[in-house]
Design a protein around this ligand. Structure first.
Ligand SMILES: NC(=O)c1ccc[n+]([C@@H]2O[C@H](COP(=O)([O-])OP(=O)(O)OC[C@H]3O[C@@H](n4cnc5c(N)ncnc54)[C@H](OP(=O)(O)O)[C@@H]3O)[C@@H](O)[C@H]2O)c1
Length: 276
């Protein structure tokens, strides 16, 4: 019998990659979870949840905007209860490494799901090419706080490979994986690697967290986004995640992708070329 898998955040950084890995699998019937699908899914509209869960046995949860936001715990509680009631047999949760609010949501999944796998990830490489760091890179000046913080940036392709394995294989049931890249880098190191790979001049400016928040306010970034960014820089980048793990290798039997490989591959797509 085919596995009927729902991928939430199916247009996002990991969801899109997980969906791509499952779409040609003849053993899988795939449903995409997005606000723009025929059966829409929206975290802010609980009335959409029941329909998207109909006839599904396995779910990949990526929460928006982040499991650390105040309404996440209640949404995860309600969604996972509903999923199990609707017949879902397994939930794979994407979680944030070192976020205590995310760990509350992990416990909720463990309590409510028949079977579960927790996949915790450190900061994604793809934040530099598919998310909030892309614009400053195109502009040529990246100004950030926590310049000294060492982060083991993880590649979304590796995360998607681990999540896909967890969705398809019961040997991952009841496991919590901590995913990191193979190397610790500062934001400045990461920006230098991108500058080298793309042949561009990109300068890095070190700011205090207060200066950074002020800059975001001046750019009229919405308050809830500023709250989240402040939380991530203040709490998660305080050194608690400055270590690498071997969980990607344990699950996949190969090494995690290094940031320099990501930078070279991504530079070839032209995404860091301001003329494109
Ligand atoms: N980025 C990181 O470095 C990182 C690290 C560790 C953990 N995480 C976790 O990964 C998760 C995803 O974060 P991300 O930043 O990488 O985002 P992302 O997966 O790239 O998410 C973007 C997608 O979220 C969907 N979305 C937005 N608002 C939604 C809503 N109200 N209801 C349903 N779907 C909605 C959008 O899909 P549609 O427009 O198609 O609806 C969009 O394509 C978060 O829980 C975060 O905590 C991220």
């Amino acid at each position: 019998m085919k596995k009927k898998i729902l991928v939430l955040g199916s247009t996002g950084k990991t969801g899109r990659r997980v969906a791509a890995r499952l779409e040609n699998n003849t053993e899988v019937k795939l449903r995409l979870g997005s606000r723009n699908e025929k059966i829409p899914f929206d975290w802010e509209k609980p009335e959409t949840w029941q329909n998207v869960l109909k006839d599904i046995d396995t779910v990949y949860i990526t929460f928006q905007p982040d499991l650390a936001v105040p309404f996440a715990a209640e949404a995860i509680e309600n969604f996972t209860q509903l999923a199990t009631k609707a017949g879902v047999q397994k939930i794979v949760l994407l979680s944030g490494r070192g976020e205590k609010e995310a760990q509350v949501c992990e416990e909720t999944v463990k309590k409510n799901a028949k079977n579960w796998t927790i996949v915790r990830a450190s900061w994604f490489n793809q934040n530099f090419s598919e998310s909030f760091f892309l614009d400053p890179i195109l502009y040529g000046i990246v100004a950030l706080p926590r310049a000294e913080a060492l982060e083991p940036f993880t590649d979304a392709d590796d995360i998607a490979d681990v999540v896909t394995a967890a969705l398809l294989d019961e040997i991952h049931n009841g496991k919590t994986y901590d995913l990191t890249g193979p190397r610790l880098l500062t934001f400045k190191d990461a920006v230098n690697e991108i500058a080298n790979a793309s042949g561009r001049n990109i300068s890095f400016q070190s700011l205090s967290l207060e200066e950074y928040v002020q800059m975001l306010k001046e750019y009229q970034i919405p308050d809830d986004h500023i709250w989240l960014v402040n939380y991530l820089f203040e709490q998660v980048l305080d050194g608690r995640n400055s270590s690498v793990t071997s969980d990607i290798e344990k699950v996949l039997g190969r090494k995690a992708k290094d940031f320099s490989v990501y930078a070279k591959e991504t530079a070839k797509t032209g995404i860091w070329n301001p003329e494109n």
